[in-house]
Structures are given as structure tokens and as C-alpha cells.
Design a protein around this ligand. Structure first.
Ligand SMILES: Nc1nc2c(c(=O)[nH]1)N[C@@H](CN(C=O)c1ccc(C(=O)N[C@@H](CCC(=O)O)C(=O)O)cc1)CN2
Ligand SMILES: [Mg+2]
Length: 286
């Protein structure tokens, strides 16, 4: 069997086109353009690429770009003051602090300054709590993007066995909650899980977000399973994920490539969250 390739680039383009139409509708109804504030600290090359792409695609969707770049040695109080300023600015609908921040900063304390309604990364404790309780709120972009891919490719979730490898606040934990909300039977595995391959082999839907290159091989995949690779690692021969793509594609029913799978969805969902945030703030949520 050779797996169906899940085309995140194409789905992300459709999501961004929907967002652009939503922005046009908001403006036509007398609203104002959503504004996205990206806060980048330091000179990490990968973060610079991600933030540049977020800004470019935000403008392409008709939204306003409020970017701030701070030096890598900036102190906690200066970043906190900037976040407070953006929180108070009515032109800014969404605020995101690009992660990881330099080690001397307390990123959790910084994220806590973002008002829940402008938290377009879905990382505040308020939005995490709403997700845990199954109530509406802004969802973290990468897991929300995975859910959109599963929906677009008609992957059945109700009653399915889903295994999430990884327990980060950014991906693993919210991913498990989103799958649970669709009535999947969810297992969270991680780097200390005993017999990881055996646990993964239970999965009808396997989401790997462990940050370990090639962690999941063909021996860990049930024939026909849907495999979602959230990992992204830069090797000398290009980008790789947490999944051994070539071998797993021979066993899986469907698989996301790296690049071109989950990554593009992260930015598309950020734009969707920013439109949602602006719509709610302008009192136009339907
Ligand atoms: N505040 C946040 N920080 C980080 C997040 C996040 O969602 N919010 N996620 C990641 C990085 N990230 C966005 O910030 C991100 C990662 C990858 C991609 C992407 O498009 N990947 C492409 C390849 C791009 C390349 O060539 O490098 C792909 O996989 O096809 C977009 C966004 C950590 N930080
Ligand atoms: Mg993890």
C-alpha cells in the first residue's frame, strides 16, 4: 500500500482564501480590517522565516501588519510593556509572541499578559481552559490545522483510536483535547512512554509531535492508519519530520509530508483566528 498524501499546502491556500473573503465581508459590512501583531525577540533564523511568512500572508489576506522586533537581550519588563501596549490598541485584533523566546525571559508570564480575546495562538490559560471544558475559544494554530486536514480528508474520528505522541502546551495537549471533542478515544504518549511503537500501532489516527527526528517508523504504524507528522527538523539534505516518511508511506493509509503538510496550516489557522478575534471584538460574530 502507498499512502494517500495529505496536501497541507493546498488546504492552507483554501483556508487563506476563505479568510480573505471573510475580511472583505467584514469591511463591506462597515467593520475595520483585522490587525495582527507579531512579536519577535532575537535573531533565530527559523523564527524569522515563520514571522516573515505570517506577516506576508496576513497582508495578502487583507489584514493589517503590526510587527515588532525586539533585540535578543531585551528585559522582561520591556516585553511586558509592549504586550500591554498592543493589548490596549484597538487596531490590534490579535497578538502573538513568537516562540521560543530567549531563555532569560519567562514566556509563560509574557503570554499571560495577552488578553484572551486577542490570543490568536490560543496559548493563554483562559483559552486552554475553554478548550479543556469543550467551550468556544481561540484554539492553538497547529492542532487546529491538523483538525482541518482530518476534516478535509474525511478521516473518521468518532470512536476511532487516536494516539498523540508529544505533550507540549503548543501542540500535544491541545491536539488531544481537540480529538477528544470529536469523540476519538485518545491516548497521549511521549518520550518516556514504554513500548512506544506498540502504543502507536493501536492508532487509527497517529499524530506525532515529539520533536525527535524519525521517531516513528513503519513498525509503529497500523496498516491503513492516518499519520500526521508535526515535527520539523532542518538537515543538510532539507526538512524532515518526526516520522520516517518513505517507510511509513508504505504502511499508512494517509500521511502528511514535511514540508507541505502541517506547517502551512499553522499560519492559515493563525489568520483564521485573527479574523475570528476581530469579528468578535467588532461585535459582528454570528
Ligand atoms: N507563537 C508561536 N510560536 C511557534 C508556533 C506557533 O504556532 N506559535 N509554531 C512553531 C513555528 N511555526 C509558527 O510559528 C511554524 C512552523 C512551520 C511552518 C511552515 O510553514 N513550515 C513549512 C516549511 C517552512 C520552511 O521551509 O521552513 C512546512 O512544514 O511545509 C509555519 C509556522 C514554533 N513556534
Ligand atoms: Mg513534547
Amino acid at each position: 500500500m502507498t499512502a494517500r498524501v495529505i496536501d497541507g499546502t493546498a488546504v492552507a491556500r483554501r483556508v487563506r482564501e476563505d479568510v480573505a473573503r471573510g475580511v472583505e465581508k467584514l469591511l463591506a459590512e462597515g467593520g475595520t480590517a483585522p490587525g495582527l501583531a507579531t512579536v519577535l525577540i532575537g535573531e533565530d533564523p527559523a523564527s524569522e522565516v515563520y514571522v516573515r511568512n505570517k506577516r506576508r500572508l496576513c497582508v495578502a489576506a487583507g489584514m493589517a501588519d503590526h510587527h515588532r522586533h525586539l533585540p535578543g537581550d531585551v528585559d522582561q519588563a520591556t516585553v511586558a510593556a509592549l504586550l500591554d501596549e498592543l493589548a490596549a490598541d484597538p487596531a490590534v485584533s490579535g497578538i502573538l509572541l513568537q516562540l521560543p523566546t530567549p531563555e532569560h525571559l519567562d514566556s509563560e508570564a509574557l503570554i499571560a499578559r495577552i488578553p484572551a480575546e486577542k490570543d490568536v495562538d490560543g496559548l493563554t490559560t483562559a483559552n486552554a481552559g475553554l478548550l479543556a471544558q469543550g467551550r468556544p475559544g481561540l484554539r492553538p494554530c497547529t492542532p487546529a490545522g491538523v483538525m482541518t486536514l482530518l476534516e478535509e480528508y474525511d478521516v473518521a474520528l468518532s470512536g476511532a483510536e487516536a494516539v498523540v505522541v508529544g505533550r507540549s502546551v503548543l501542540v500535544g495537549k491541545p491536539m488531544a483535547q481537540l480529538l477528544l471533542a470529536q469523540n476519538a478515544t485518545v491516548t497521549i504518549a511521549h518520550s518516556r512512554t514504554r513500548d512506544l511503537a506498540e502504543v502507536c500501532r493501536r492508532a487509527d489516527v497517529l499524530v506525532v509531535a515529539a520533536g525527535i527526528p524519525g521517531l516513528v517508523g513503519a513498525d509503529a504504524v497500523k496498516p491503513g492508519a492516518t499519520v500526521i507528522d508535526v515535527g520539523i527538523h532542518r538537515g543538510e539534505d532539507g526538512l524532515h519530520g518526526d516520522v520516517e516518511y518513505d517507510a511509513v508511506a508504505e504502511v499508512a493509509g494517509a500521511i502528511t509530508p514535511v514540508p507541505g503538510g502541517v506547517g502551512p496550516m499553522t499560519i492559515a489557522m493563525l489568520l483564521a483566528n485573527t479574523l475570528t478575534a476581530a469579528t468578535v471584538q467588532q461585535g459582528r460574530a454570528s
